[in-house]
Structure formats: C-alpha cells, structure tokens
Ligand binder design. Structure first.
Ligand code: NAD
Length: 453
C-alpha cells in the first residue's frame, strides 16, 4: 500500500494529471471499460444480492455514464482560472482563483450501490486531476472483484488503483497519508475515518446516513404521493441512504394513507422473481432487521426468510420515538408510520434527533412546505417526491451534521476534489507607499477613505 501511494504521489508531482486532455483521455477510457464490463458488473451484482439488470442500469450505470459525460463536457469550464474583482486597497492588480487538484485521493465505498458509490467519487477525483486509490465495499464481494479487475487491468497503478478488502485493509490504508479521503458509509465508521484523517490533516468528505423523515400532510395528493413513496422506500429493499426512513402522517388521513400504502405495495408486486426487489445484503443485516420488527405493531407484511435473506415490505404502525425501530437508521424494507396532529410537535421531534440526510414533504399546503423546509436542517430532499433529487447533478449531494460533511455530484464533485488557489497578481510600474514606514495620521486617513470607513 505504501509503495502504491508513494508512486501515485510521485506521478502526481510530475504534473501529468493537470492537463485537461490527460483527464479526458482517462475518463474516456473509464467509459469504454464500463461499457465493455457492463454484463460482468450486472452479473456480479445480481449474484451478490439479486439486483436486477434494470435496477443496476438505472441506479448505478446510468449515473456513472452521466457523470463521465458531464465532466468531459464541462471540464474546461470548471478548471478554468476565474478572474474576480480586485478591491481598491490592492489597486492596481489582477485577482484570480486557480482550481488545482489535491493530489492522491482515497475513496472508500459502501455496499448498497456498490458500483456507483465506488466509481462516482472516483470520476469526480479524476476530473479534478487527482490520482485515485479506491477501496470498494467488501460485502458485495463479486462486484468488488469485478471493479478491481476492470480498473487494475486497464489503469496504471500510479494513477488509479483498486485495493480490495475489509476493515483490516481499510484501517491500514487509513494509516497512510492521503491528500483527500472520500468516505461513503455509516456514521460510526465515518467517525473512525475522520479521526484517522485528522492525524495527517487530510480533508474529508463524509457521505453518511441517518433517519430521514417523510411528512404526509392532511391535504397531500395521496395517490401520487404514496406511489412515489413506495418506490423510494422499497427500491433496493430499503437499503438506500436517502430512502425515507419513517413517515409522519396527519391523523385525519392516517387510515386512508395506510390503506393506500398497502394497496400500492400490492400493486407494485415487489419480489425477487419479478426483478424489482433485492435480497438483504448479508445475514448480519438480516438479523438486525428482524430484531426491529415488533410483531404486535405490524400493519402489513412482516414475513421474512433469514436463509434466503429475504424480507417483505413491512409497515409498522402506532410507532413512537421510543420504539426500537426508531433508534437507528433502518436501512431495510421496514416503514414505521407515526401519527401527528400538530406539525410543530412533529418538527420538534425531528429536530431533537441528529440532522437527517434527507427530508421529504408530501403536501399541497405551501405554508407547511415552507415551514418544514425552513425549520429542519437536512442534507437534501424533496417536495412531493423522494430520492429523485440525487438524480439532478446540479444539486449538491451530501449530508449535514451527523449525516455528513461536504458534498458531490456534477460540479460539486469537481470542487470536492479541488483546492481553489487565490492569487493576487500585481504589476510593478507603480508602488503606492501608504503601507510603508514612516507611518502617519495622514496615511491612516487616506487608508480609511479607501476602505470607506
Ligand atoms: P460501513 O460504514 O459499514 O462501511 C463503509 C466502508 O467502510 C466499507 O468499505 C467498509 O469496508 C469500511 N469499514 C467498515 N468498518 C470499518 C472500520 N471499522 N474501519 C475502517 N473501515 C471500515 O457502511 P455500509 O454498511 O457499507 O453502508 C451503509 C451505511 O452507509 C448506511 O448508514 C448508509 O446510510 C450509508 N450510506 C450513505 C450514503 C451517502 O451517500 N450519504 C450512500 C450509501 C450508504
């Protein structure tokens, strides 16, 4: 590991990655090998947790192809030196901002979207001119193997290298000095990564999780909202960082909402055989989810098969924040429904807990919409939809507070892996002597005048 990082740093220091054409050439190469390996990747992810070709394309590959295309198109603009105004006190001079790559970037991926969460940050790092060490999640092992083979056979390790492994390997890698660490995963491991980075003052982006609420107000468009909600919650069997974790529903529409939810889940015919549902990633997570189901509170579903790592979409009702299902991020196909009467009380409950990664509000009431958007701090979210904000690369994607530090997607990804160097560029044909000795009250007066004070 040490050797790889050393070689990457030497290569970075040659300045080769600073050329835009070099970056575009590497992005082209990545695009080509992704296309060539699409079937291998799809087969691997299917064998890991039964994720279908349809879902692999829409929630993994399509985003990567989009990111590469966008980066190639915008790279020149993003990386251009930007002139800014020079203030009077510095006159005459030019002021500009020069984006520059940080150096050797370390990307750590999570398992739930194992291709996209590993490669999207890598694409942003390459676009910004860094070299990359990538550690995909070890849980979907077949996917990790294919990613490693695909990258390591096609890129020079001094530019882009995949190192596979779990806690041991990640811990060892975190002992090395990087110029940027980009981590996607859980809050507890995020803290470990942050501590390791602090030893070297390495900047981090932490894409973490949390409990993301969805509000259904009295006058929402129930049919459309529930349809969108069911898709967002049960995509990837709820193993999505921005999935609605739980629902706050107004008491006047609770029964109608629950019936509509049940109907919509039945209509969706979610099953592995229908290729629109996946397995739980491993037995440990399966057991964790089973322990979250309070049988007395199951309104719908609740069946599972531990051996097959299958859990059906499950709705639990009459939930309060004291229930076990409300203690941590669920990250699975269990949807707790909490009734509310007073929106201020519901908002206060959310605010009493760590800041969520996402928040969704389904409503036609502008006042309530604005109240929720203004009063709750969250990473990103949506009004009358869930999850889809991540598909707009003009929106920065990231958490706040416990749900993360920093953001990426589109230009935000480029910025995440860049330093913005400030330059004040002065000519020598004139030298105002206001700041030089001897100092005087007259000079001070002129300085104050220039400063407008
Ligand atoms: P995780 O934190 O267990 O693992 C993430 C990565 O860290 C893996 O590559 C793993 O090998 C490594 N790792 C695990 N334990 C470690 C340790 N002790 N020391 C060093 N490295 C370690 O997370 P996960 O189970 O892969 O993913 C689920 C979590 O990730 C959820 O909380 C979810 O919300 C979050 N997530 C966030 C986003 C986002 O973009 N914000 C996306 C997907 C998942």
């Amino acid at each position: 590991m040490k050797q790889i990082i050393k070689e990457q740093r030497s290569f970075f220091n040659t300045g080769a990655t600073k050329s835009i054409s070099y970056r575009i050439e590497k992005l082209n190469k990545l695009e080509t090998i992704l296309k060539q390996n699409q079937d291998n990747l799809n087969n691997a992810i299917f064998s890991d947790f039964s994720k279908s070709y349809f879902d692999s394309y829409t929630s993994e590959m399509a985003l990567l192809f989009h990111d590469i295309k966008e980066a190639k198109r915008k790279l020149k603009k993003w990386s251009a030196t930007k002139r800014v105004r020079t203030n009077l006190i510095n006159f005459p001079a030019k002021s500009y901002i020069v984006p520059e790559p940080l150096g050797v970037a370390f990307v750590i991926g999570a398992w739930n979207y194992p291709i996209q969460l590993a490669l999207a940050p890598a694409i942003a790092a390459i676009a910004a001119g860094n070299t990359v060490v990538l550690k995909p999640s070890e849980l979907p092992i077949n996917t990790s193997n294919v990613i490693a083979k695909m990258i390591n056979e096609n890129f020079n390790p001094n530019f882009f290298k995949v190192i596979e492994g779990g806690v041991k390997e990640t811990t060892e890698l975190l002992e090395q000095k990087f110029d940027k660490i980009f981590f996607t995963g859980s809050v507890p491991v995020g803290k470990i990564v942050y501590q390791a980075a602090a030893k070297n003052l390495t900047p981090v982006t932490l894409e973490l999780g949390g409990k993301s609420p969805a509000f259904f107000t009295r006058n929402c468009n129930l049919k459309t909202s529930v349809k969108r909600m069911v898709w967002a919650k049960f995509l990837n069997a709820g193993q999505t960082c921005v999935a609605p974790d739980y629902v706050f529903v107004h008491k006047d529409i609770k029964d109608e909402f629950l019936n509509s939810l049940k109907q919509e889940i039945e209509n969706a015919k979610l099953s592995i055989e229908n290729h629109n549902y996946v397995q739980i990633i491993n037995e440990k997570n399966m057991q964790r989810l089973v322990n979250l189901i309070d049988k007395k509170k199951v309104f719908f579903g609740g069946n599972y098969n531990i051996e097959q790592r299958y859990m059906e979409p499950t709705i639990v009702t009459n939930i309060t924040f004291d229930d076990i299902v409300m203690q941590d991020e669920i990250f699975g196909p269990i949807l707790p429904v909490i009734e509310y009467e007073n929106i201020d009380e519901a908002i206060a409950e959310v605010k009493a807990n760590p800041k969520p990664l996402s928040c969704y509000v389904f409503t036609k009431d502008k006042q309530i919409k604005n109240k929720i958007l203004n009063e709750i701090s969250f990473g990103g979210g949506g009004v009358n939809d869930a999850l889809m904000h991540i598909a707009n690369s003009k929106l920065p994607f990231g958490g706040v507070g416990d749900s993360g530090i920093g953001s990426y997607h589109g230009e935000y990804g480029f910025k995440t892996f860049s330093h913005f160097k400030s330059v004040l560029d002065k000519p020598t044909w004139i030298e105002p002597n206001l700041k030089y000795y001897p100092l005087s009250l007259k000079k001070l007066k002129i300085i104050k005048l220039i400063m407008g004070q």
